[in-house]
Design a protein around this ligand. Structure first.
Ligand code: HH2
Length: 261
């Protein structure tokens, strides 16, 4: 197992686990540099929380948050911009980001596909039904893995149809986005089935509330669950793990690999 680690840099007042900690651009850049030192290959910079029920952030405000942080980090590492807004993605690419991580898979602003195509950058397409305000209202699937797979296949077709090189696309089942505890567990258990889509898989379980639903832990206390789910995801073929706690993940993967030989 040799997944890349994508370290999370949230430049927000309200992200569910680290909101407010890195709102100051200098603090965010310092944090990103620490994550790279810990072993992150990619930093995912975001200026809008997507936690269930989160309010949408004004475009100018999101831009103001992320632009200096992307500029401060992109010279020394690969940066992805976690946004569903075209103007924010464009400014972040201008500032040096080389991947667009859109949790709406280009549904919020379909022109994102053209932007990624034109700039020749990577794109992470994630599964989320509806939007963060509504996604946890009684989510239902016929078969969660088949439904997520069909959605990702359709979004990939859309992106490729708009000129995005298929080789630049990564796919993400969107753990915690419009899913019950059982849906999340089943997606992790059957993650290998998504390999059939033929593209690298990104998985983000870090500190998410489904972990707390298993053992009652609060958001500050979910590292064990984050590591367990991430290592299992890597064993099922995840290529990129989106995590807050990079140093702990590096150790967990090293020990898991040592055991596996
Ligand atoms: N999860 C979050 C945000 N962006 N992007 C991808 N591709 N996959 C994910 O699983 C994912 C994501 C939510 O985590 P976080 O950024 O810590 O919280 P918030 O959205 O509250 O800022």
């Amino acid at each position: 197992m040799n997944p890349k680690l994508m370290g999370v840099v949230n430049v927000t007042p309200d992200s569910f686990s680290d909101g407010g900690q890195y709102l100051d651009p200098e603090a965010a850049v310092r944090h990103g540099a620490k994550l790279v030192g810990d072993g992150a290959a990619i930093l995912d910079v975001g200026g809008e929380s997507t936690r269930p029920g989160a309010e949408e952030v004004d475009e100018a405000e999101e831009l103001r948050r992320v632009e200096p942080v992307v500029a401060g980090l992109a010279g020394s590492t690969t940066v992805s911009i976690d946004t569903s807004k075209l103007a924010v993605a464009e400014a972040a690419l201008d500032a040096g980001a080389s991947i667009v991580n859109d949790v709406t898979a280009f549904k919020h602003e379909p022109e994102m596909a053209g932007l990624c195509a034109e700039r020749g950058v990577g794109a992470v397409l994630m599964h989320m039904p509806g939007n963060p305000r509504t996604m946890q209202d009684d989510p239902r699937y016929d078969d969660v893995v088949d439904d997520v797979k069909a959605f990702l296949a359709e979004r990939m077709e859309f992106a490729v149809g708009h000129g995005v090189g298929e080789e630049r696309i990564w796919l993400d089942p969107g753990i915690g986005f419009g899913k019950t505890l059982e849906h999340n567990l089943e997606l992790l258990r059957r993650l290998g089935e998504l390999r059939g889509l033929g593209r690298p898989l990104v998985v983000g379980t870090s500190r998410k509330s489904f972990i707390g639903k298993v053992d009652g832990s609060g958001v500050e206390d979910r590292i064990g669950g984050s590591i367990a789910t991430s290592v299992l995801a890597a064993a099922e073929g995840a290529d990129v793990l989106r995590v807050h706690d990079v140093a702990e993940m590096v150790q967990a993967l090293a020990v898991a690999n040592a055991v596996l030989g």
